[in-house]
Design a binder for this molecule. Sequence first.
Ligand SMILES: Nc1ncnc2c1ncn2[C@@H]1O[C@H](COP(=O)(O)OP(=O)(O)OP(=O)(O)O)[C@@H](O)[C@H]1O
Ligand SMILES: [Mg+2]
Length: 259
Amino acid sequence: MITISVCNHKGGTGKTTSSINLSAALSLSGLNVLVVDLDPQGFLTRMVGVGEPVPAASSAVLFDPDAKADRVLPILDTGSFALMPSSPALSSGMRKLTRPVDVLWLKEFVERDAPSLGYDILLFDTAAAVTVYSLNALAASNHVVIPVLPEYQPVVGAEQTWQTAQMVRKKLNPGLDEPSFLLTMVDGRKQNHRSYRAYMREKYGPHVMRQIIRTCTTLSISHGPGGNVYSRNAHARGAVDYAGAAEELLSRMGRMVEA
Ligand SMILES: Nc1ncnc2c1ncn2[C@@H]1O[C@H](COP(=O)(O)OP(=O)(O)OP(=O)(O)O)[C@@H](O)[C@H]1O
Ligand SMILES: [Mg+2]
């Protein structure tokens, strides 16, 4: 089982769009994917057409010390990948997650419950900023994808996320690989995009994925049931780009996943 965090401490860099469409592309290639929405704002949950669940039917159950060991896990079928939806209870729950061990809830789920669920890939969509949930995601993952729009603020956020991932690897999770940067919303006509792409490739070399995600209107309007670009137009630029990114990610992870 592969576990992937999608993180960038800067907002609006394509985390949720990448989580949805990478997961959809991986599912289309025959893999069983479970997405856990860890953003209290729950945009991924909304984007795939799922209404706001009650707390007990959301990813908040993974962080509930009173939850019973034999609880039914709230997992829905989006028609493409499986989803554990988010609820605003993640926000209020954060106040209780203040002990150092509270960064390990998700790791416990991955190690104790997830193997019997039969998924090939678990993918965690996280909110911008460093929260106990994004740390949980990194502590429970083998891989981290950092979507980065090639502009000043997202690049700074991506570099901060790289540092956080290094810290997590050193202190919490030695099994976390070096992050992969995924350039998103790339506009070939913009000079600053060309400059920041060159900067990232020069500084981070092989850690920047070869596949880029270009700007694509279909990606930004693909929401509702299905909620991914493949259910709207499988020939759109975004569909082609995310299929390439999913394939590259699998080969980067260098593991055979049984389909
Ligand atoms: N390749 C793309 N082309 C065009 N629009 C895109 C593309 N990728 C993302 N978008 C749009 O950019 C906006 C931000 O994307 P998204 O919600 O995926 O970012 P995010 O990092 O998850 O944001 P947040 O930090 O708020 O969770 C959305 O409106 C989305 O539809
Ligand atoms: Mg998001």
